[in-house]
Design a protein around this ligand. Structure first.
Ligand code: FAD
Length: 315
């Protein structure tokens, strides 16, 4: 036996598949448009539920276009699974009264967690304009939600700053306003370079922000789509990532393995910075998120299935 081998770095041994170091995870879904998509979402939920996420969130389409579908998906999760749903809600295209009504309906149906967002301009417009009589920005929405019920409220944060913010300072000011209004957690826009998060957290600390900041992780299922979306939302795609996916267009299996590797590496670097919670943008597919979670030590729990609860099974 060769005793001269260089030992693996401790943090590597500690993190790979180490159940005792497993992070807390949460998953984001979008509301399905068709029955086929609904079926796929439900298969995804069934697959991911045993990983016992802290919560699962359901997005709200630009301009409130998915209001009914978001609500229906959240209701179904609440009724048919043991998962804790979080409903996204935006300020776009609705009066304060209409938004309050949606929030009240959530509260009454038992939903206790809202992801409160300003939202992007509806299709067809490029510039955001507050709706007349509506909540203008996310901090106002947070304030409004506080009046409706004692919700847990997550808000958005941007390690690379929001594309409309003129500076990092102003962006941090905006996040601080949302926290002061009553936000209890921030979830970040996705990013690929772990150092960006480190620098962001330095600014968060300097601003005296104390709520948990959960990094949003996007496992890359479709690189071309990620490039397009990143351009719109202001997330940078580093050169090494282009190189990583170069030449893999016709090789879906290899591409998937590479995507899982990239996300695991990112999470491990973040864990080395002290991160213990991740929010996964699943895009309604289970495979990549499940694989990444597994490597990070998150294991399936038999008693946390997305099956009808006894209550619903008995009608
Ligand atoms: P805000 O915090 O209100 O900030 C938006 C911009 O306005 C910033 O540039 C800020 O500097 C500026 N601003 C804030 N207050 C003021 C003020 N008083 N005066 C002038 N400027 C101001 N979008 C959806 O449509 N549906 C979703 O379900 C959804 N989910 C998301 C989940 C996460 C985790 C994230 C990170 C984003 C999500 N988005 C969603 C996208 C989000 O709606 C957009 O990024 C939007 O442009 C900003 O939302 P915000 O809540 O950060 O807005």
């Amino acid at each position: 036996m060769n005793n001269n081998l260089t030992p693996f770095p401790q943090e590597l041994i500690f993190h790979v598949g180490d159940v005792s170091a497993a992070p807390t995870v949460s998953f984001e879904f979008f509301p399905p448009k068709t029955e086929e998509m609904e079926q796929r979402l439900w298969e995804t939920i069934v697959e991911l539920a045993p990983l016992r996420p802290a919560f699962v969130s359901v997005t709200y389409g630009a301009g409130g276009t998915t209001r009914e579908r978001t609500h229906a998906t959240v209701r179904r999760i609440l009724k048919e699974t043991s998962l804790t749903p979080a409903a996204h809600l935006t300020c776009v295209g609705a009066s304060r009264a209409a938004v309050d009504e949606v929030a009240r309906a959530y509260w009454e149906s038992g939903v206790r967690h809202i992801v409160a967002l300003r939202g992007d301009p509806p299709q067809g417009s490029t510039v955001y304009a507050p709706y007349p009589g509506g909540y203008a920005y996310a901090n106002e929405l947070v304030e409004g939600l506080r009046r409706v019920g004692d919700f847990e409220i997550s808000v958005a944060a941007f390690p690379e700053k929001h594309p409309e913010s003129p500076s990092f300072e102003q962006d941090m000011e905006v996040l601080k306003r949302k926290v002061d209004a009553g936000a209890t957690r921030a979830i970040t826009q996705y990013f690929f370079d772990a150092d960006l998060f480190y620098r962001f957290m330095e600014r968060v600390e300097k601003a005296g922000i104390k709520i948990p900041i959960v990094p949003g992780i996007l496992p890359i299922g479709n690189f071309a789509q990620v490039l397009k979306f990143s351009h719109m939302c202001g997330a940078s795609v580093p050169p090494w990532l282009h190189e990583m996916f170069d030449g893999l267009d016709g090789q879906p299996v290899t591409r998937n393995l590479v995507a899982a590797y990239v996300a695991v590496e990112q999470c491990r670097k973040l864990q080395q910075q002290g991160v213990r919670q991740f929010h996964f943008y699943t895009l309604n597919r289970a495979d990549l998120t499940a694989a990444v979670c597994h490597v990070l030590g998150v294991r399936r729990q038999a008693d946390a299935r997305a099956e009808p609860t006894r209550e619903t099974a008995q009608g």
